[in-house]
Design a protein around this ligand. Structure first.
Ligand code: BTN
Length: 259
């Protein structure tokens, strides 16, 4: 079992130096799911914001009840427990986190190339590089789990054609601690701005990665497909040029109309 080295821990802690409120960071070796560990810490009195990182995870959870597969200590698994101030609408959180993760990953990918897929997957070359699972934890707290394929080079057969990793596309891939540090720094900075009443940077970061603003899109909501130009997407909904607005919570899929 390969836990986090002191160097990795220092790199991650340093990323949050200067953040307005200190974030506790818990480093664990082997867990079932960091989501569950985060919930336990919250219930036993740890005040948000804090992050739980596990070197290895055996029962990782994905969205829609799916499992999240991690390759031992090569990949990044972390859960963030946040209780944003009243100025941050709950629906901004997935947007902000996807924007922060996209920015954090793009920093390692010269020439860019990674994209946000609705609602908050990160794809590279059409394959999944990272995912976010957000679970409500009561009393205004949210547990956001982030999984990034960092150092693995192989996947189980059912994922092999659908997933990728930084190690598969970069000659000198970063370590999991570098990826975590970038993501945490971006998140803290966007959150600080949003809590100060300015959601603009979070929306900009999301739209840079999502890249569908002003484009023809297909929205699937309540079983119906609608097509049109995407004029706006923010916590108040996704607005098409036709005047139709879709509540974010009711969007099952949102993709570019072009193949
Ligand atoms: C998805 O794309 O379906 C979301 C994947 C989220 C995986 C992360 S890994 C850290 C955290 N702990 C979990 O059990 N799941 C999330």
């Amino acid at each position: 079992m390969q836990g986090f080295t002191e160097e990795e821990k220092a790199r991650i802690r340093n990323a949050l130096e200067g953040a307005r409120s200190p974030w506790r960071i818990e480093f664990l070796d082997l867990v079932g799911s960091t989501q569950d560990e985060a919930q336990i810490l919250l219930e036993t009195g740890s005040p948000p914001p804090f992050a739980v990182l596990a070197s290895e995870q055996t029962e990782g959870r994905g969205r829609r009840g799916r499992a999240w597969n991690q390759d031992g200590a090569k990949d990044l698994s972390l859960s963030l427990v946040l209780r944003p101030g009243d100025s941050v609408p709950a629906l901004l959180l997935p947007i902000l986190l996807a924007g922060a993760l996209h920015r954090g990953l793009e920093a390692f990918l010269p020439g860019g190339g990674c994209r946000i897929k609705w609602p908050n997957d990160i794809l590279l070359g059409g394959r999944k590089l990272a995912g976010i699972l957000i679970e409500g934890a009561g009393e205004g707290s949210w547990i956001a789990g982030i999984g990034v394929n960092v150092g693995r080079r192989t996947f189980p057969a059912d994922l092999a054609n659908r997933a990728t990793s930084l190690a598969l596309v970069l000659r000198r891939p970063p370590g999991r601690a570098e990826v975590a540090a970038r993501f945490l720094r971006e998140t803290a900075s966007l959150l600080e701005r949003a809590e100060g009443g300015d959601p603009g940077p979070a929306l900009e970061a999301f739209h840079r990665g999502f890249a569908l603003l002003g484009k023809e899109v297909v929205i699937c909501s309540r079983g119906d497909e609608s097509r049109g130009r995407l004029l706006a997407l923010d916590p108040s909904g996704a607005a098409l040029a036709s005047g139709r607005v879709f509540a974010l919570g009711e969007i099952e899929s949102l993709r570019g109309a072009e193949p």
